[in-house]
Design a protein around this ligand. Structure first.
Ligand SMILES: [Zn+2]
Length: 319
């Protein structure tokens, strides 16, 4: 019984292979077939939150390369010629438009058909969080209020919408593996749904509603769960805040009895430490989850979101 199934299965595979060979011949400009992934779908993602989705939903059907290496701050990524080549050869390039201009440009020039911008699914808004003073001065500062906030992944609801969009895209590019994509996406969406519930209940009753963070990555999260984010350094985490802004933040910390100034792993904590020391409060890490600290890390999007929740609960006296 089993033998027969295997034999007919093999015949089907062989027939498929013949059909594939014919297709490859027909489209004779394309010698890469499925790229270097040994039959897997070659997917390039621009930075960690999208990599996590592609790897988790793609499973063993995909071969994922990420443009932003672990330990690298993604906002000002520059691409090597090798990476531009990877973008050109991939069957699917998942990226977030306007977060990383170098990626936008490489997709525009080399991957017009395979590029997949997740911003429509993420439903970005102008959260008004970015008051960074650019060196070029007034022109950009004037636009700060309508700049779209890229940090959708820190809001589990927006992140789930992007998971669904990537699932649909994988299915449309590689329909032979649709069942696996659907199954793994459902498992991930269940976990994200649980996370959303834990945030809702975990932040429902807090003594303090305000939290202070150097990198303004948490506006969507704050809005979703009824908190107020006070940022120090704008959307780009390594920007130097103006002295007036530092004074403003210190006044808020004192007036509202904020206990903690949050900073992040990938950028120097200097500014956060200075502010905290001046007003006598502590510092702690709140991860913007833009990248893992190193390649062998056991961290994932889900564990880092859990850690962030615990840090917020501690700092804000949530019961
Ligand atoms: Zn950021």
């Amino acid at each position: 019984m089993k033998m027969i199934v295997m034999k007919s299965g093999l015949r089907a595979v062989l027939a498929g292979a013949t059909a594939l060979a014919a297709l490859t011949l027909a489209g004779c400009g394309d010698s890469s077939a499925n790229g270097s992934g040994g039959g897997k779908l070659d997917v390039v993602t621009s930075f960690y939150p999208l990599e996590f989705i592609a790897r988790t939903v793609g499973g063993d059907a995909v071969d994922v390369t990420t443009l932003t290496a672990p330990g690298v701050e993604p906002h000002d990524l520059e691409l090597t010629p090798k990476q531009v080549g990877e973008i050109a050869e991939a069957k699917l390039v998942v990226f977030e438009k306007e977060l990383q201009p170098a990626v936008d440009e490489a997709v525009e020039q080399n991957a017009k058909d395979s590029g997949f911008d997740i911003t429509p699914a993420a439903q970005l808004e102008a959260t008004g969080a970015d008051f960074e003073e650019h060196e070029e001065g007034a022109k950009e500062a004037a636009h700060k209020d309508d700049a779209l906030d890229p940090h959708f992944w820190l809001d589990p609801v927006r992140y789930a919408a992007v998971v669904k969009a990537v699932e649909d895209k994988l299915v449309s590019v590689d329909s032979a593996n649709a069942a696996g994509y659907h199954e793994r996406a459902k498992a991930l969406l269940d976990q994200i749904g649980k996370l959303d519930t834990e945030y809702k209940t975990g932040l429902a009753t807090c003594k303090l509603k305000t939290f202070v963070t150097s990198h303004e990555a948490f506006a969507y999260l704050a809005k979703r769960y009824g908190l107020t984010m006070v940022g120090i350094a704008g959307f780009t985490p390594d920007a130097e805040p103006a002295p007036a802004r530092i004074k403003e933040v210190q006044d808020i910390v004192k007036a509202q009895h904020v206990t903690t100034i949050f900073y992040e792993e990938l950028v120097s904590p200097k500014v956060a430490e200075t502010i905290a020391k001046d007003v006598g409060v502590q510092t702690a890490v709140l991860s913007p989850i833009e990248g893992l600290s190193d390649a062998n890390s056991k961290e994932t999007y889900l564990t880092l979101m859990q850690e962030n929740l615990q840090e917020l609960r501690k700092a804000n006296g949530c019961s």
